[in-house]
Write a protein that binds this ligand. Structure first.
Ligand code: ADP
Ligand code: MG
Length: 522
């Protein structure tokens, strides 16, 4: 017979408790002495940098592998899972980072796949569809059971994954970086769904490294760093900065340059540059700009005001209509992109997946991109594999690219590690000028700090840098000189020491030209 004390015990017993979990992969300790306690009917966020060991821990809880040490308790009972089937029967479900649905099947077929309801020896589709509709109603997870999965958007596919897990009776849901694939509006919908699940008494383990999201959805937060738990935080009182500091294990890096290294040697000069679009409209007008050795010139602007065209003009990706571009006093206006790169321009492009990397090639093959004609990649007209690989290892080491090796595909690395590889490659061969377009966009704080440090080092060694960034703190902190680009023109220069993001923001939107007689461009 259950007493009031028993009831209190049940409520207090964590839905999940992991104690001293250690999991080793060959050569890597992915989890080391992890402790995690998840309250029933709560959203518990597990946060940590890429590679911290979040997915590994959740695979342990879901029975995809066994821990080397430690215990798993579910609802106060010690469990040992030999397969996901064991975890599922203990009420645990997992939605993986990458969806695992069959595109050519309908929603209901996907949901029941592997646990089909049968009646009289036949698959009972009607019952399955009814069950799915019931789950949808109960938890507010709307999706048409008869729709083909290939016709669904990402948000709906994710709902199917969640329904699939609920259909198997899960009371504890693991969502591994569910928002990584969603647009903001879909994130809101997901959060609505999670709140509904929680209200129905389900427990959710939510993995993310996006701190705003975590603080918005979680009831409790556990932080893991380099494979081990470093603490818990209360989302109502913790700040992003505090969380980020727990994640990286030190005071957060600040973008700053410290002492000036600007010399009087002009490395890049654009004089009277005009660029026109295919329709003959000016996209860059009257661009005069100089960057000295040891100087970082920051360009602020709302996206689409000519930044991309400016980069293209300097890199020789598109021809200019008027004006000259010179590098270290040599006119390069007529040179091809490859020749400009050979002349000493490094280029961190805005879109690392379209321009910076070939995701389905190895790290060392990516090292060769853009360097096909130069040492150490080329030896005469031949590719020098050994030297390219050796230099890739150097980059991995010097730029702290976290990877199991240089033969893995670029796609296997996290965004931050991909970006560090690009930065390392573009800084090799001693460039005299670096074009850095959003160099730290979408990377975690650790990688961001590493990239800033590399920029500072190269600047001190005399590199000239053109920095474009939407992160105004970064732009102000990392620039010696600041200028704003607006409708294809450079408008105004700012002293990074005196300017604030607010002042820049006003200039970026043309707010300082408060001239009512000015007619907006058609
Ligand atoms: N199957 C595997 N074999 C070897 N190493 C792995 C494997 N899976 C993950 N790792 C390594 O374990 C560490 C933790 O990875 P992971 O748990 O995926 O981190 P997170 O999910 O926090 O980004 C990383 O160093 C990663 O490279
Ligand atoms: Mg992961």
């Amino acid at each position: 017979m259950s007493t009031a004390t028993d009831l209190v015990e049940t409520v207090r017993t964590p839905a999940v408790r992991l104690t001293g979990i250690t999991k080793r992969y060959p050569g890597v300790v992915a989890n080391s002495d992890i402790n995690l306690s998840v309250r029933r009917a709560s959203v518990h966020a597990l946060v940590g940098e890429n590679g911290a060991g979040k997915s590994t821990l959740m695979k342990t809880l879901f029975g995809l592998h066994q821990p080397d040490e430690g215990t798993i308790e579910v609802d106060g009972r010690v469990c040992s899972f030999h397969s996901p089937a064991d975890a599922i029967s203990a009420g645990i479900g997992m939605v993986h980072q990458h969806f695992m649905l069959a595109d050519n099947l309908t929603v209901w077929e996907n949901v029941v796949l592997g646990s089909e309801p049968v009646s009289g020896g036949r698959l009972d589709g009607a019952r399955a569809r009814a069950d799915i509709s019931e789950i949808g109603r109960r938890y507010g997870l709307y999706v048409d059971p008869k729709a083909l999965v290939e016709e669904l958007g990402v948000g709906a596919r994710q709902r199917v994954e969640i329904i699939k897990v609920l259909y198997r009776g899960a009371k504890i849901l693991i969502l591994d970086e569910p928002t990584a694939v969603l647009v903001p509006q879909e994130v809101d919908e997901l959060f609505g769904n999670l709140a509904g699940l929680k209200a129905e008494g389900l427990t959710i383990i939510f993995i993310s490294h996006k701190l705003d999201e975590v603080r918005a959805i979680a009831d409790e937060i556990t932080v893991i760093r380099r494979g081990t738990t470093v603490g818990t935080a209360d989302p109502r009182s913790v700040t992003n900065r505090q969380l980020a500091e727990m994640m990286v294990g030190s005071a957060l890096p600040v973008p700053e340059l410290r002492e000036s290294t600007v010399t009087d040697q002009v490395m890049l000069r654009l004089a009277g540059v005009r660029v026109t679009s295919a329709e003959g409209r000016d996209v860059l007008t009257d661009i005069d700009l100089t960057i000295h050795a040891g100087e970082v010139l920051g360009i602020a602007g709302v996206e689409g005001n000519g930044q991309a065209e400016l980069v293209d003009a300097i890199m020789g990706i598109t021809p200019i209509a008027e004006g000259t571009v010179s590098l270290d006093s040599i006119d390069i206006t007529a040179l091809s992109t490859l020749k400009r790169r050979e002349a000493g321009i490094g280029f961190i492009s805005e879109d690392r997946h379209r321009q910076g990397l070939t995701l389905l090639a190895s790290l060392w093959e990516n090292r060769a991109l853009g360097f096909q004609t130069r040492r150490p990649v080329a030896k005469g007209i031949f590719l020098d594999r050994a030297a390219t690989k050796a230099d890739t290892r150097r980059i991995v080491q010097e730029f702290d690219v976290r990877t199991p090796g240089i033969d893995v595909l670029a796609a296997a690395l996290s965004g931050g590690n991909q970006q560090k590889l690009i930065v390392g490659r573009e800084m090799s061969g001693n460039p005299v000028l670096l074009i850095a377009s959003h160099p730290t966009r979408g990377v975690d704080v650790g990688a961001q700090a590493a990239i800033w440090e590399q920029l500072r080092k190269a600047r001190a060694a005399g590199l000239a840098v053109l920095l474009i960034s939407a992160d105004l703190e970064e732009l102000i902190g990392m620039s010696d000189t600041l200028t704003v680009i607006l409708r294809g023109r450079l408008v105004g220069r700012f002293e990074p020491r005196d300017v604030t993001p607010e002042i820049l923001g006003i200039a970026m939107t043309g707010g300082h030209e408060a001239d009512p007689t000015e007619t907006p461009e058609a």
